[in-house]
Design a protein around this ligand. Sequence first.
Ligand code: SAM
Length: 347
Amino acid sequence: MRAKEPLSIPGGTRNAAKLTSFAHNHGTMTGMPETLGTETWQLDSQRIAQMFGLQRSQLPASALAKIAQSDFRHRALSGEEREAVIKRIQARIAAAPTPVLDQSRRDLWARVWEGQRTKATAGNFDAATLEPDFVAGEPIIRLDGDFRIPLSARMELDFYAVVRRILFDCWIGQRQSAFEFGCGSAFNLLDLAELYPHLSLVGLDWAPASVALVDDIARRKALRMEGRLFDFFAPDETLNFLQHAAVFTFCALEQTGERHERFTDFLVRSRPGICIHLEPILEFYDPRRPIDQLAIAFHNARKYLTGFLTNLHAFERSGRIKILDQRRLGFGSVFHEAYSVVVWQPA
Ligand SMILES: C[S@@+](CC[C@H](N)C(=O)[O-])C[C@H]1O[C@@H](n2cnc3c(N)ncnc32)[C@H](O)[C@@H]1O
């Protein structure tokens, strides 16, 4: 979204077969969006389906409905606009904050979600009140290997909603339970709960206000959902009910930088049915392409997820897991692409 965080922070299976046949697609950006004029395009349902290796007819109704409600028109940048945006990204990279201790980072997130909880309480926990305040509505996005100017400031947020609904339909909806690790304001969980009321859901985060928010929403809307404290860096070994469940992290594991292995190891031992990650994946960028070079520099400056996919490949080679899908969607904020998909399960 995104500069997906407050600025002071450094740093199922019904459709599974459809996707696995396209597994190991490294996200070549083929296909063109529908052209509306010389310089304006529409990111339409066919193109979005193609990002996932699907036909339009295979998209779930929930995603198609969201696409229909959204304005996904976007236009090319002029030469001056492009120069200005490159300068802005370079300035942001240069200004990357120095790493802070885990405790201060946790406190920072605790404050972010306390503020969000206050806002959500005042707004009756409507979905809109759960949209994180720091999702700025960037005036520029990344799409199909280039920068674009969306006509709607909500394009990234709405695209995120479409993506999560496709992932829910492919991998989660047919299971009995799902766990979101690093769930933040719980807006992903609320959408999941409303679309698949049979699911029993758990939202986990290291910020107490996030956990409280999950419980507030569950109480208020009578949903089968609960919050639970959890730290990626020190997984709670008493959490022994993950077997067969769906586990997902959306734009959250990114926060662990190089320190993701303990969590992955915990998951492998806990034997969930499926693990779905929507995260910035460093390995997908092409260092020969200037636009990717900027994303790599930004990713490194923020100390986002590093070596995660490489580590999963090593786990797969040693027979501990099976990777079912890995794909670069080719969509991102002005700074980087937080929407890459990796799906795996314990072997
Ligand atoms: C960018 S937010 C994403 C929240 C939500 N998944 C979303 O899609 O908006 C990152 C989340 O990860 C959580 N987080 C960061 N480090 C964590 C850690 N070590 N253990 C657990 N949660 C963590 C933060 O508290 C925050 O809620």
